[in-house]
Design a protein around this ligand. Sequence first.
Ligand code: URA
Length: 253
Amino acid sequence: MEKQRLDKIIASTGRWSRREAKELIRRGRVLVDGAAAHSAEEKADPEASEITVNGEPLCYRRYTWLMLNKPAGVLSATEDGRGRTVLDLLPPDLCRRGLFPVGRLDRDTEGLLLLTNEGGLAHDLLSPRRHVDKVYYTRVSGRLTEADREAFAAGLTLPDGLACLPAGLEILSAGEESEARVTLREGKFHQVKRMLACLGKPVLYLERVRMGPLELDRSLPRGAYRFLTEKELEKLRGFDNPTKNVKSSPKTS
Ligand code: URA
C-alpha cells in the first residue's frame, strides 16, 4: 500500500493522537523495521513494514470506526446549514478522516451511532436486504398493551401506506406513560415514532441501544465517542443477522 506519515499510521490505531505520536517518535519509542524513527514526517508502508511502539507491534487500521453516544440536539450528518452535526463532537484530527454516520438518528434521538470512513461495510450494514437489527429504548405517552405488541409483530401498515416489516415491542412498563424496547430490521424515516404514533402512543423519548451485534457502551457519556475494539470490528465484519429471514413475529425478550 501507499506510504504514509508515521504519525498518521500511529494515530490510525486510536490509541494515540497525532500529537502523542509525534512525542513518542521524538522519544525514540517508535521503531520501523528495527530502526528508531526520527521524525513524524518519515513515511512507511504500514502493511509492509514492521512498526513497533513502546516495544509492541502496531496494529494498523486502514479504516476508522467510532462508536458515538449521540446526545439530543445534534444532526446525524456530515455538514448541515441547520445546526451542529455529530462531526462537531470530534476533534479536528478525526474530522479530517472523511468520517460519516452509519445511518441516521433524528435530532432528538440519543444513543448508539457508528461513524466510519469504510464505505463498503457501512453500506452493507445499511442495506435493506441485510435486515440488520436496530434496538431502541423508548418512552411513550399512553399505556402500551399486548394488542400493540401483536400489531408490531404482525407488521404495521402506517396511514401513508408504508407496510412495516414485523417488529419487536417488548413492554418494560405500562401506565400513563410506558417504556419499551423496540426492535426493527429496517430503517425508514422516523420509523419508530411513526409506528408508535399510529397506535396512538406518541414517542416522548428515544434512544438507540443496539445496532446489529454492537451494544451502546454505557460507560460512554452522552456526546462522547471511542474507537471500536478489534473484537467489535470482527463482530461487525462477520455479522450475519440471525433473524434476517424470519417472516413471522419476533419476540424481543
Ligand atoms: N426511528 C425514529 O423514529 N427516529 C430515529 O431517530 C430512529 C428510528
